[in-house]
Structures are given as structure tokens and as C-alpha cells.
Write a protein that binds this ligand. Sequence first.
Ligand code: DC
Length: 290
Amino acid sequence: MDEDRAMTTVPLADPSTGPFAPAESAAVQVAAAMGPDVRSAAIGTATPAEDHRRVIAIDGPAAAGKTTVAGVLADRVGAILFDTGTLYRAVTRAVINEGVAVDDEEAVTALARRHHIDISPPSRDDGRRFDVLLDGKDVTWAIRDPDVTRLVSPVSEHPGVRAALLPVQRRIAGSGPVVMVGRDIGTTVVPDAGVKIFLDASAPERARRRHAEQLLRGDPSPYDRVLADLIARDAHDANRSASPLRRAGDAIGVLTDHRTVADVVAEIEGIVRSAWSRFDAEDAASVAVR
Ligand code: DC
């Protein structure tokens, strides 16, 4: 399917004044679908001549608060939010559903190319902030299941899978102001993003947040297990050969330990507004010269 993706920002309850909330409480989101050009994508090829100065790339390890911060930030600066981890999770859901071996790169890549993923405004009032559809079936909660969380890292490690998911991410990057959340946005997906942030927090703090989030969803996994899984996933994401999790050389590091969402958003919003004023001034100067 190659139609333009509808993108909608959905205003939600304001989490900006509280502590870090579960990722799903952020204001969201985007609709995305993979097109036929997925097949010809190659990691590392930049989209030529697109202006990505209004892309805000937010990368960082699991449960650093990326989606929560990005949702509030997107509302404040009038951008859409695109959480790219959703794509990898949807592919992982399909891998599990179809009983494909996670380490069979060819089969997993074929599956990533074959399936259709949509992310769109929420159709139900059950705590979700957006719908995730896999071939039209609602998998919004199913992509947060522990089995998906356990396997998403090895699935996302396959270069073929990353190549399959790259075009839709780049297409959204070229569509206007957008906050893109992931692991490799600033390094690979949009290396010329106008603002790059690397959001981080200590592992115990991140595990505490993820544990609280899972309890709310009825998943009773103990804290120690959550911490161990998180550390393992980070190590996997950081050590894979294709597009590993790492801070881009020109990314600004922001730590979220012991800080409120509002405080972190304010810091990043300041960075964004000052960069955007600079871009406006550059544009005005180039018009004046002409
Ligand atoms: O942000 P998340 O926990 O929903 O992401 C799930 C997994 O997807 C994560 O372990 C690594 C992978 N991912 C990735 O490799 N690149 C991205 N841009 C986003 C997510």
C-alpha cells in the first residue's frame, strides 16, 4: 500500500506536571503503513534534498522516558509524535503469531515486508493513546505483551528488518515537524535532524518506571526481573551490528533521573525553540540575499 499516511495529533490528559508516567500516557500520534518501496530500501542511504531541520530525534535506552517526554513536547511545539519502536514491536507480534524462528533473518525479513502496520488515533477509551493495527487487526496491547518485549530486540537486530522499516520512518521525517522516538533516529534514520536528543536515566530508575507501568497493565513481573530484562535488552540494542543504540556525536544528552516530565520537557523545548529560531533567521537571510 502506498497511499499517504494520515497523521493526527491526539490531545490527551496532560501528564506534563507529574512524574514519569507509563509510555502509553503520552499524547500521540501518527498513522504509518509500509509501501512497496520497503523492498528496495537500504540502511544508510540518506533521503536527498529533504529539509529535516524540523525533525526532533529523541533516542535512548528502554524506559528512559522518551515517549512520555516526546508526547508532551510534540504538543507544545506543534509537531506530531512518531514512536518508531511500535513498528518493531508489531513485526515481533507477527513473528510470534506465525511461529517464525526469531533467528531466521530471511523469514523474519520476509514477514516484515509482507505485513501492513497502521498507527492511528484511538478507537477505544481503554487507556490506549493510539491504535496499532497489524493487517487491520488491533494489536495495540498485544505488542506490549512480555513475549513481544522479550523478543523485539533480537527481531530488530536483523538488517533486513531494519531496511524494511526504514522507508516509512524516512517518509514521516520528510512530512513536517515531527518528534521521532527510537534508538537510531539521530544516527541512521534522520542523521540530519535539526535537533537530536539522547535521553537517558540510570538502569534502576528506568526499571522502576517500567515495573510500575507493567503493574498498571496487570503484569506482575517482579522488579528484579524487569531490571535484568531491561539491562539485557539495552546490551542487545547497543551491541548489534546494524544501527546500534548509541548517542550521535552531535546529540545533546539529557538525564531524567529525579526530574519531572515538565522539567525535562522545558529543557528540550528550550533547545528546540532556539534551534528553530536559528533556522528561521537562516531562511530569512537567504531570502534577503536572493
Ligand atoms: O522503544 P521500545 O521499547 O518500544 O522499542 C522496542 C525495541 O525496538 C527496542 O528494544 C529496540 C527496537 N528499536 C530499534 O531497534 N530502533 C528504533 N528506532 C526503535 C526501536
